[in-house]
Design a protein. Sequence first.
Length: 324
Amino acid sequence: MNANTPPAALHLVLGDEELLMDRAVASIVGQIRSTQQPGEDLPVTKLRAGDASAPELAELLSPSLFAEDRVVVLEAAAEAGKDAMAIVVDAAADPPAGAVLIVMHSGGGRAKALVGSLQKSGAVTHECVKLTKASERVDFVKREFTAAQVRVSGDVVDAIVESVGSELRELAAACSQLIADTGGKVDVAAVRRYYSGKAEVSGFDVADKAVAGDRPGALEALRWAQHRGVPHVLLADALADAVRTIALVGSAGRGDPFRMAGELGMPPWKIKKAQGQARTWNGRTIAEALQIVAQLNADVKGQAADFDYAVERAVSVVAELSSR
């Protein structure tokens, strides 16, 4: 988009990866502002569609008297009620003059049909699905460095993903911090130095000890992580990633990690590591562990009354399953 190109009036930010969704909205707003004259104001109104009443939405999306430029961001559109959804569909079919409508939608929810309606109305779709594969997180880290015009080796990227974990905001922050601390000269030594003693912070030390059957070591590492304020979600993600990796690698059978890397979508070092860990697991215990980490994911996102206890119990059970 350039200064001579009018901004699209309707955008659909589709997915459940919050960082990518936030960046998509910021990019759209930035592009719109780039088409304005210096000093022009651009009001940006954000409203959760799932919480808004139909009258609130109707007022927000109705044409203004002077058709001034403005941006309306509807968050959590997947949870919009029937009346609210109808108003959004009508506004999308005929956007108010001067307004740009950005609808943030997970792709599911009770208002799932809204996605198709918006796309039929010509919405520019911004895909922001959650990155679930290790290879996708590796690609994300590569893009972070590319965007910052910093060249790094594949070993550096792998070291960052291993040290930081699966949370995109943490990965993005780590890339920015490493670039700032090294003046853009990021190597594996710098990653190890920066994260020296912080394995527990990322949750990987806890997870590695748990899947290895080292219950005392895993619980000790967990206490350090909790003491340092590591978010429960990151600890749960690390444990889940370790268990799922063992399940995936174990089911693939023995083989050359480098050959298997493309098939499994993960770096060779991770496959080799999981092959060693898988020796203490079998089909029954890994199935039980998968159920445990799935429940932990739900627990740390609101189901558990005590998040610390939920994580500690899951770590303990996984470690016991590995040692059977």
